[in-house]
Design a protein around this ligand. Structure first.
Ligand code: GAL
Length: 414
């Protein structure tokens, strides 16, 4: 009995040591293909190569990652999972439950992740107590971006209420400027919707609606008001919005064709990649209302065979949470580091605002997971909500009908 146990232990030790000497390989599935995103992922590719790794890129274009997630499902179903995958929120646990994720606790413990990650982020990275994903950053979703010159030329300040936003938009429209740069894709509609919902429902109402899926909140008058505001905003986008990619909408703000965009701070990555300066060329502010919607990008490792791939997974996980990567990557990506011990000296004013607001919101209970970016709900529930949001935005559906459909869609999504 003892001998068998010992034999098992020594063969594990052997496997571990041969993995340590194997040349790290990784095929990495991600959806970072826009200008700012590509610059950011290049930082990881370089660090991986500098540490002896061979990176096989598997980019799947499409903001928000819907296409990437379809590609992932096809790969896993055909028994050929990629080594590492950009995956986040409850989708991590959903994949874990399918029995296809690798346990990366050994790296996490050796690197002391528990000491440098906030508990709210660490919680998303665990599956039944084991580490099953590595966090890259904290993106904030509830941002409004603006072209500084356009606002100045029209005598408009950054709006601090939705009424101010509507007044500014009406004035801009009368002056021949597109008030809101928007891309009509479901995830972008959802992004705008959740920012509006946070502002109108408040942090507690947002939590009740999009974390607890509380029926009374989903059908409340306040939710009717959220859809009313969405209808108003539909009037502020240009005629060609349908299907437009988010980064092209950001470009419209950059070149002054449009005044505002409501988008997570990956949009800042686009402004920065184009050499634009925050506070001069473009302005950032949180969308009207209290709270902070977080969206943490992370990578999960899939169960694969081969010491070289396992070594690649260990190396990637280690680098991703490492302090130098967290600084350089996030300077490019528009987000802030997930680690709490990375100095923000090199970061701009928008990043500082994000870090300060994240701290304050975590203290006062208004730090909330983004539903639109897969942090709050499982896929079936978030998908059900987004279907209604998009159907409403792209038709003349009344707010009352939207609210009724919302409650029904959520109820039948389980
Ligand atoms: C988000 C993702 C960001 C950014 C964005 C647009 O879901 O978290 O990192 O890539 O999509 O593609």
């Amino acid at each position: 009995m003892k001998r068998t146990a010992f034999a098992a232990v020594s063969s594990i030790a052997l496997i571990a040591s041969s993995a340590a000497f194997a040349e790290p390989q990784a095929e990495v599935l991600h959806w970072w293909t826009s200008g700012g995103e590509a610059k950011s992922v290049a930082v990881l590719q370089k660090e991986f190569a500098d540490n002896g790794g061979t990176w096989t890129d598997m980019p799947v274009a499409g903001g928000g990652g819907d296409a990437a997630m379809s590609a992932l499902r096809a790969r896993v179903l055909s028994g050929n999972a990629p080594t590492a995958v950009q995956l986040k929120g409850p989708a991590i646990q959903e994949w874990y439950e399918e029995g296809v994720l690798a346990n990366i606790s050994a790296v996490a413990e050796a690197e002391g992740w528990a000491d440098v990650l906030p508990a709210s982020i660490a919680g998303h990275m665990k599956c039944e107590g084991e580490w099953c994903a590595a966090p890259v950053n904290v993106h904030r979703v509830d941002w409004i971006w603006a072209n500084a010159d356009v606002l100045e030329a029209n005598g408009i300040a950054m709006p601090t209420t939705w009424d101010e936003f509507n007044a500014a938009a009406a004035k801009l429209q009368a002056a021949g400027v597109i008030p809101l740069a928007h891309g009509g894709q479901a995830w972008q509609d959802a992004t705008v919707f959740e920012a509006v919902a946070l502002g109108i429902l408040g942090a507690e109402g947002f939590h009740k609606a999009f974390v607890e899926l509380d029926e009374a909140t989903l059908t409340s008058d306040a939710m009717v008001a959220v859809f009313d505001q969405m209808r108003t905003m539909r009037g502020y986008v240009d005629a060609n919005f349908s299907g437009r990619d988010w980064n092209l909408a950001t470009a419209m703000v950059m070149n002054g064709e449009a005044a505002f965009q409501i988008m997570g701070d990956w949009a800042k990555g686009e402004f920065m990649a184009a050499g634009k300066v925050p506070g001069e060329d473009f302005l950032c502010a949180s969308t009207p209302g209290e709270g902070f919607l977080y969206n943490v990008d992370s990578f999960a490792m899939f169960d694969v065979d081969g010491d070289d791939k396992k070594a690649g997974q260990d190396l990637l996980a280690k680098l991703i949470v490492g302090p130098s990567f967290q600084e350089v990557f996030n300077l490019n990506k528009g987000s802030i580091p997930a680690r709490t011990d990375v100095a923000l000296d090199k970061f701009d004013t928008c990043a500082h605002l994000s870090a300060d607001d994240m701290k304050a919101s975590s203290e006062n209970g208004s730090l909330l997971p983004s539903y639109a970016h897969g942090m709050a709900l499982r896929g079936a529930q978030s998908g059900a909500i987004t279907d209604v949001v998009t159907a409403h935005f792209n038709s003349d559906m009344s707010s009352a009908d939207a609210v009724a459909q919302l409650a029904q869609a959520v109820a039948s999504s389980y």
